[in-house]
Design a protein around this ligand. Sequence first.
Ligand code: ZN
Ligand code: ZN
Length: 339
Amino acid sequence: MSVMRVAQVAEPRGSFEVVERELPEPGPGHVRIAVEASGVCHTDSVFVQTPSPAVRFPLVTGHEVAGRIDSVGEGVVGWAVGTRVEVGWFGGQCGHCRPCRQGDFISCENLKVPGLAYDGGYATHMVAPVEALAQIPEGLSAVDAAPLGCAGVTSFMGLRTSVARAGDLVAVLGIGGLGHLGVQYAARMGFETVAIARGRDKEALARQLGADHYIDSSASDPARMLKELGGAKVVLGTAASADAMSATIDGLAPRGQLVTIGVTDQSLKVAPVQLIGTSRVVSGHPSGTAREVEETMAFSARSGVRPMVETMPLEEVNDAYARMLSGSARFRMVLTMDG
Ligand SMILES: [Zn+2]
Ligand SMILES: [Zn+2]
């Protein structure tokens, strides 16, 4: 029997155990991937920690998966054994809900998130539908590609679909898992880039990542500082703090846009009077489709954007997960499958 290794959680709030399973064969429209690297995302913990009928145990999480196709199911067109692929948060669409029928696949009401809808990438192998596949370009390692399927595509598309145009002043709030990528994308897209974070600790790093300006939000009012720079066309809110995001709104230029991508259920504080006279917009942005993950990776490979990662072998999954949860990882944890 051919076997694979998976890191599974047996019950809600349980810890991971690495077990052997029979190697699955890909069904029609699916491929099997020999996983090389798998990012550990904060959202994985939501699936582990929150008992919900939608989450089936034993659970194999992981939706930032980079590897190589090693088996192709029936009816698959355009994907071959050996191709390097990424599977991110977008793990396939249902094809029959209203957004799907409108071609808006990222808004699918039954979006198949890997590690929730089907076994994810904390494993040596995984089976995925072809709709979820994004080709990894030359020059991008599996470890660097992995986080781009969730953190990367969210930051990239959040900026790319915003109202900002080349040369505009764009601020990235928060220098963490999302923000350290957001600063790089903003700078490489040709925006005058502002990094906003608490304290001075991250200033040198932010400038190294491409920030033209740095605002310490614990020492000064970020809205006033943004105004002094001329007003931000876009603020990309990556810090999962509604208060920190709210504090930037008055720093937006007329027709400026706050794009929230840092997940929190706290309420934003914004008064209509802050929006009306200036036509400002407060919005959100989800992840991105497989094709958009591919575009994110291509842009990253071409422009030199790389995630900052810490790697650990699959066997040390509990340590990697704990490090991600504590927020001490700089900035994305990635599991590697060799050995
Ligand atoms: Zn994620
Ligand atoms: Zn759908």
